[in-house]
Design a protein around this ligand. Structure first.
Ligand code: NAD
Ligand code: 6OD
Length: 486
């Protein structure tokens, strides 16, 4: 069983209170790790360490020196690739190929890409006229924002944590990460990487624990934290925003979604079925960008539902390293209860269950895991709970539509605005619809294909702000203007 500590000022430390909590495997509910729960004392110590690093060696590095260290971090993650894959598989139970192809390499890339961004992005300069005719020159300099609190979810823990830590450090800040209580492994491993590479102590810190009345709340309320970047549920974002308002701290929020998939009758049928299947069921549906509402143009509706059903019924449940398996469990028993409660609600609200709706029969110890069947519904009104609320499980509701205007209205009829995936061979229509859907990111004939240099974030209740490439500099730095009278 792993013993996970907090990582403060370059040292792995227990909690002064002696408090620990257990992490259970999603696969079979065994306890697989014991984690030191940070209290106010550890959060205070982390803030102090982060502040002194900011004013110490780290703060004195040139951009080039920082960039070299971050390349070193990326290379060390790649050298220890298998350790990260194993750690993330243990926490999430998701298949090895998802870790090796997407989640871990993208985590390493987050350090390289943002190192390159800070090296190459200029600041602005304006010449201005003055009454004496001699003029003045304005130029901006970017400075780090300070100590950044990074509060993370469990669904793609390493990718989503490094997506914040990479740019924050590239910009010269120091960070205190609060990983999800459900997935603390890779944040801790990253501490080992930071020490191995020689990142100064206190630059990267980790405090483990829960949200309310625990490390999450202590961190986000702490007056020594200058800004907070958060990925998680919209409701949690509301609580963190209240905390951040004390002291007027800046926030960057990546929140929930209830994303629409739109399939026109002229789409490449097989590609659309594959694409919607991935977007609804990858990572067992635990992807913020996932599709829980699917709208299919009426002429191909029945055929599409049947094809998606066959694919969903073909998934093979199993352990991450089982080469015959391609499908993992949900993160926890608690999350499974939530997802299953939506499965019941769908039936109560009159859904036709096309497939799934329950729990698969699993052999031996796996019977204790957090497994659920991929589930497809039809026949519900747009007011039904499973059509309106984010479930964050492997499920979707499919509804037919008859016109472009109708499907745009349906897609936009939600409090969320994170992503959409559109499937059609009529590219003019694809662009037209993409421009009208109220989301931060739209895919045309693809899904979850994203260059890290692009703007990423949500509209409406799916987030505040944009990160990615140069957009991350807006959050992780402050621009100071200097005006020189000539
Ligand atoms: P969550 O909001 O329950 O928890 C996220 C983190 O916040 C955890 O570390 C948790 O301990 C902490 N937390 C909870 N309450 C807190 C409080 N009051 N103060 C401070 N910290 C607190 O989210 P989750 O269940 O871990 O993740 C799933 C959610 O994340 C889904 O809603 C999903 O859509 C969203 N998500 C969004 C994106 C995106 O980019 N928009 C990406 C991934 C996940
Ligand atoms: O692609 C990314 O970098 C990104 N932020 C993905 C988010 C996945 C959410 O579950």
């Amino acid at each position: 069983m792993r013993q996970i500590q907090n990582f403060i000022g370059g040292e792995f430390v227990a909690a002064a209170s002696g408090k620990r909590f257990d992490k259970r495997s999603p696969l079979d509910n065994r306890v697989i790790a014991s984690i030191a729960e940070a209290g106010q004392a550890e959060v205070d110590a982390a803030v102090k360490a982060a502040r002194s690093a900011l004013h110490g060696e780290w703060g004195g590095l040139t951009t080039d020196q920082r960039v070299e260290l971050l390349y070193g971090v990326a290379n060390e993650i790649t050298r220890r690739f298998e350790d990260f894959v194993e750690a993330e598989m243990a926490d999430t139970g998701q298949p090895r190929h998802v870790m090796t192809n997407v989640f871990i390499p993208r985590g390493a890339a987050n350090f390289k890409v943002f190192a390159d961004v800070v090296k190459n992005v200029p600041t602005e300069a304006f010449q201005m006229a003055t009454p004496d005719g001699r003029g003045a020159l304005n130029y901006g300099i970017r400075v780090p924002k300070g100590v950044i609190g990074v509060v993370c979810p469990w669904n793609a823990p390493f990718l989503l944590m490094t997506w914040k830590v990479g740019p924050a450090l590239a910009c010269g800040n120091t960070v205190i990460v609060k990983p999800s209580e459900e997935a603390p492994n890779t944040a801790t491993l990253l501490g080992e990487v930071m020490n191995a590479v020689g990142v100064p102590k206190g630059v990267y810190n980790v405090v483990n624990g829960f949200g309310p009345d625990s490390a999450g709340e202590f961190l986000t309320r702490h007056p020594g934290v200058d800004a907070i970047t958060f990925t998680g549920e919209t409701r949690t974002g509301t609580a963190i925003m209240k905390a951040a308002s004390e002291g007027m701290r800046d926030v960057s929020f990546e929140l929930g979604g209830k994303n629409a998939g739109i399939v026109f009758a002229d789409a490449d049928f097989d590609a659309a079925v594959d694409g919607i299947f991935r977007s609804a069921f990858l990572n067992s549906g635990q992807v913020c960008l996932g599709t829980e509402r699917v709208y299919v143009e009426r002429p191909i509706f029945e055929r599409f539902v049947q094809a998606l059903k066959e694919k969903a019924e073909g998934v093979k449940f199993g352990r991450p390293d089982d080469h015959h398996a391609d499908y993992g469990p949900l993160i926890s028993q608690e999350h499974r209860q939530k997802v299953l409660s939506y499965y019941r609600k769908a039936v109560e609200e009159g859904a036709t269950v096309v497939t799934g709706g329950g729990v698969p029969q699993m052999p031996g110890a796996l019977a204790e895991g957090a497994w659920v069947q991929p589930t497809i519904w039809t026949g519900l009104p747009e007011t039904a709970s499973v059509v309106r609320e984010e479930i964050f499980g492997p499920c979707c509701h499919i509804r037919p539509f008859d016109s472009e205007n109708e499907v745009v209205a349906l897609a936009n009829d939600t409090d969320y605005g994170l992503s959409t995936t559109i499937w059609t061979t009529n590219l003019a229509r694809a662009h037209r619809v993409a421009a009208r859907v109220e989301v931060g990111i739209t895919w045309i004939n693809s899904w979850f294909l994203r260059d890290l240099r692009t703007a990423f974030g949500g509209s409406k209740q799916s987030g505040i702000g944009r990160e990615g490439g140069v957009h991350s500099l807006e959050f992780y730095t402050e621009t100071r203007n200097i005006c020189v009278k000539l």
